[in-house]
Design a protein around this ligand. Structure first.
Ligand code: GDP
Ligand code: MN
Length: 399
């Protein structure tokens, strides 16, 4: 789960990271008022969306008067910002953050990520902050410092000092940098984050180390033990298909293709998407309905997949291990009878009681296209999606 910049800053500040004074606003008037409260004569108005690259897309504006803040935020509110991280549909702006503008002399990149190879938290930093890490690694790969943290002891001072030295932080500010690095690491570990990114972390004109931007992502599977973090969820920033799936306990990722997938097991769901691509099609989603595959879950899955208007065929791929294919087949038949869909449905069943399962599908009278192997299922799904749907007939059961 992602959170907003102002939320990440509030959290990191509690762990000892220094951030500029700022305030949140839900309207242009409030933004101007917040600036007056903050004081000073220069402010930055920042669109609060779950995406980076706002600076280049008009989501970060430097203002020198309340009037300018009002104007700049009036443009932002209610509009959608499109950056390289949002996709073409962009993200809606419903909150802006007003911050005292800070003159700085250097921008540093600081990121903490989970490194799956070493199975540790990895600190990634660069003296070339301000640009995206992808651009830094393309243009100045030599400037990137990487350091993995031994989980048993956490981020030690000597290690943090070493990072500060390799970034060329002036000696007088080493201790501030150590505190920043250790604060980020502790926030990452204690709150079950999967990513903390400060870009830019700046050295101010008056020699302070300050987080001008902040992003945090949390492990969804650990949110149950951090209710205060779970509350920060902002559905306005999520793909509506994914929000409704999450609310129903289904693991769903929306994609842009046309073949909807209903699969049990994450690995099988990945393999199903690969096979659809191999057969020349494009999957519309990743969906793992989990074990069980009861009629209720199958029905929920059909409703969810069909709520995507791009879906022109549905591939159901179930492997029954502990489960039984005949029960799953019953589930599919009941789901389709209760919620008819008007696109071709391809079903591949494998595992326990597969013969009985296929018999149930055949006896149902529903125009379900059956397949035995995964490759065959993917080819039939792509074929069905390509062919004239009228010729294939529709899965529609008279009321
Ligand atoms: P992003 O583009 O979404 O990553 O948004 P950032 O918060 O990183 O802002 C983009 C850029 O705006 C930063 O790299 C800074 O150069 C600039 N910026 C942000 N806040 C301030 C500030 O308080 N003072 C000044 N002078 N520049 C700022
Ligand atoms: Mn940034």
């Amino acid at each position: 789960m992602d959170i907003h910049e102002y939320q990440a800053k509030e959290i990191l500040a509690r762990f000892g990271v220094t951030v500029p004074p700022g305030a949140l606003a839900y309207s242009p008037e409030q933004a101007a008022y917040r600036a007056r409260e903050l004081g000073g004569d220069r402010w930055v108005v920042k669109a609060q969306v779950h995406a980076g690259g706002r600076g280049k897309a008009g989501g970060v504006k430097l203002c020198a008067s309340e009037h300018e803040i009002n104007e700049a935020s009036a443009v932002m509110f209610g509009s959608r910002i499109v950056t390289h991280q949002t996709g073409p549909e962009g993200k809606g702006i419903y909150r802006v953050y007003v911050e005292a503008a800070v003159p700085f002399t250097r921008e540093i990149y600081l990121g903490l990520v989970l490194d799956r190879v070493s199975q540790r938290v990895m600190i990634v930093a660069s003296s070339e902050g301000g640009m995206e890490i992808e651009d830094i690694s393309a243009s100045r790969p030599d400037s990137i410092v990487r350091s993995t943290v031994e989980p048993a002891v956490g981020l030690q001072e000597f290690q943090a000092r070493e990072i500060a030295f390799s970034l060329g932080i002036p000696a007088a500010m080493t201790q501030q940098m150590v505190r920043t690095l250790q604060g980020c690491y502790r926030a990452f570990r204690e709150l079950d984050a999967t990513m903390v990114e400060i870009n830019p972390l700046v050295i101010t004109a008056d020699n302070r180390i300050l987080a001008l931007d902040a992003k945090m992502t949390f492990d969804n599977n650990a949110l149950f033990r951090h209710p205060a973090i779970a509350e920060l969820r902002d559905k306005s920033q999520e793909d509506p298909r994914e929000s409704s799936a999450a609310d129903r306990g289904l693991n769903y990722i929306g994609l842009s293709g046309n073949i909807g997938c209903i699969v049990n097991g994450a690995g099988l769901a990945m393999a199903t998407m690969d096979t659809i691509k191999l057969a020349g099609g494009e999957p519309a989603n990743f969906l793992d309905i989990g074990g069980g595959a009861t009629p209720e879950r199958v029905a929920k899955a059909f409703r969810l997949v069909m709520s995507d208007s791009n879906v022109q065929a549905i591939l159901v791929n179930i492997f029954a291990g502990i489960n039984r294919c005949d029960w799953v087949a019953e589930g599919v038949v009941q789901a389709l009878q209760a919620n008819p869909v008007d696109v071709p449905v391809i079903v591949r069943l494998a595992g326990t009681n597969v013969e009985e399962g296929l018999k149930i599908l055949a006896k149902s009278g529903l125009p379900i296209i059956r397949a035995t192997s995964l490759m065959e299922a993917a080819e039939r799904a792509v074929q069905a999606w390509r062919s004239d749907r009228a010729l294939l007939g529709k899965v529609r059961v008279p009321a």
